[in-house]
Design a protein around this ligand. Structure first.
Ligand SMILES: *Cc1c(COP(=O)(O)O)cnc(C)c1O
Length: 230
């Protein structure tokens, strides 16, 4: 790989790291509470591999087929996160590759994942995707429908629901703050019944600092990590 590409990625990563650290400091949170998930969907596996060598070991893809391709092309101690929609016919092939699935948006998908995980004798961490911004076009469970998922959560044997995920509307970061605050509030409502629900996956390139201030434990960043590549 071109030395210039490596240098650009190192610089981007360092700048993002500084911004995450500063946002944690503002919120009086420890840097270790926030995991950077580098979203590699816009780059080829060889570029993703260099970013991993620079220290970004949590990699995310939004499409299962792309995740399969990248997982085959990037070696090293990578933890793969699926952050986009998972069709049930892609569960079997995706499960062995991922540590986290951020985007479980129905009871049916949760049940299908648990069945397949049992069959493969695997454990997987998942997050429930919540449509906290209320936009009609967004995937995710409506906040008022979360309660209907909880009986299924008690019955799971191989899948662990570890938190909630949301995508804010594409607007300026400050305007996303109420969406992020709502996800945190939904988590605290579930926490009594499900103490393993500790994660909040929220925040993308344009709004991750606000998300961290509002309690994000995972930020999903693509654009800011790969800008400046020729
Ligand atoms: C693409 C994508 C991201 C990263 O978005 P950027 O704005 O490029 O940082 C985060 N989350 C999901 C679900 C995505 O599809």
């Amino acid at each position: 790989m071109d030395a210039a590409v490596r240098r650009t990625l190192q610089e981007n990563l360092a700048r993002v790291e500084e911004r995450i650290t500063a946002a944690c400091a503002r919120a009086r949170r420890a840097r270790s509470e926030v995991t950077l998930v580098a979203v590699t969907k816009t780059v080829e596996p060889n570029v993703a591999a260099v970013l991993a060598e620079c220290g970004a070991l949590n990699l995310g893809e939004s499409r299962p087929q792309e995740l399969w391709r990248k997982a085959a092309g990037v070696t090293g101690p990578i933890r793969w996160h699926l952050i986009g929609h998972l069709q049930r016919n892609k569960i079997e092939r995706t499960l062995p590759l991922v540590e986290w699935i951020h985007s479980v948006d129905s009871t049916r998908l949760l049940q299908a994942l648990d069945r397949e995980a049992a069959k493969q004798d695997r454990r997987v961490n998942v997050l429930l995707e919540v449509n906290a911004s209320g936009e009609a076009a967004k995937h995710g469970i409506a906040p008022t429908d979360l309660g209907a998922v909880t009986p299924t959560m008690h019955a799971l044997t191989h899948v662990q629901v570890r938190g909630l995920m949301t995508m804010a509307a594409l607007q300026d970061a400050e305007a996303c703050r109420p969406t992020f605050a709502m996800l945190r509030e939904l988590r605290s409502r579930l926490y009594g019944e499900f103490p393993q629900i500790e994660h909040l996956s929220m925040g993308m390139s344009n709004d991750f600092e606000v998300a961290i201030e509002e309690g994000a434990t995972m930020v999903r960043l693509g654009t800011v990590l790969f800008e400046g590549l020729s």
